[in-house]
Design a binder for this molecule. Structure first.
Ligand SMILES: O=P(O)(O)OC[C@H]1O[C@H](OP(=O)(O)OP(=O)(O)O)[C@H](O)[C@@H]1O
Ligand SMILES: O=c1cc[nH]c(=O)[nH]1
Length: 166
């Protein structure tokens, strides 16, 4: 594995810069629970966007639903009309792509967006589905036995930790 865990705050600044070229005038930010929801909360403010960002959960459409069940992160809240919207999805980690597949199903339950893009903090490879990010603040390789987890401190600062994948 990469022995150095990336500095999440530095990656966040790269993400902030990287999403700007993806934005159209009316683009709606939507964060994937839970790490993407933290990111999007801060991006919405730092990009000077009005109102609240969208939050979306993969829970209702997961292909491992029977194992994971519903969690506290089940709520999806999209404070805009999805029909015709340009949507920019945000997540902390992109791995197999299964969360993104489930989130797209969830999004399309609400309407037919004009476009959907994806930006992530970390692309760790390991894709099992044909999913790609339009922007990743970094890419790295981790063994399947490890997980990269985003944490948010009380002061809002982000950090990344490597955990065992049980
Ligand atoms: O590409 P994938 O293999 O689907 O993995 C990536 C997803 O896994 C993590 O979420 P998780 O479902 O663990 O929920 P959490 O963010 O609430 O921990 C992460 O935040 C991504 O959403
Ligand atoms: O490394 C990983 C893989 C999937 N989900 C995570 O949150 N981290």
């Amino acid at each position: 594995m990469s022995s150095v865990v990336p500095d999440a705050e530095a990656l966040y600044l790269d993400l902030l810069a990287g999403v700007k070229p993806l934005m159209r005038p009316e683009t709606k930010l939507v964060g994937i629970t839970s790490g993407g929801a933290w990111l999007v909360e801060r991006l919405q403010k730092d990009l000077g966007l009005p109102g609240a960002p969208g939050i979306i959960s993969s829970a209702m459409h997961r292909d491992d639903f029977s194992r994971r069940g519903l969690s506290a992160s089940v709520q999806t809240a999209l404070p805009f009309d999805v029909n015709g919207a340009d949507v920019l999805l945000l997540d902390d980690v992109l791995y197999t792509g299964r969360t993104i597949r489930a989130v797209l199903n969830e999004l399309f339950d609400f309407g037919r967006p004009a476009s959907v893009r994806l930006a992530v903090l970390v692309d760790r490879g390991g894709r099992e589905l044909p999913v790609a990010a339009d922007f990743a603040a970094t890419t790295l390789t981790l063994p399947d036995t490890q997980l990269l987890a985003l944490a948010r401190a009380n002061d809002g600062a982000f950090s990344l930790k490597v955990e065992e994948n049980k």
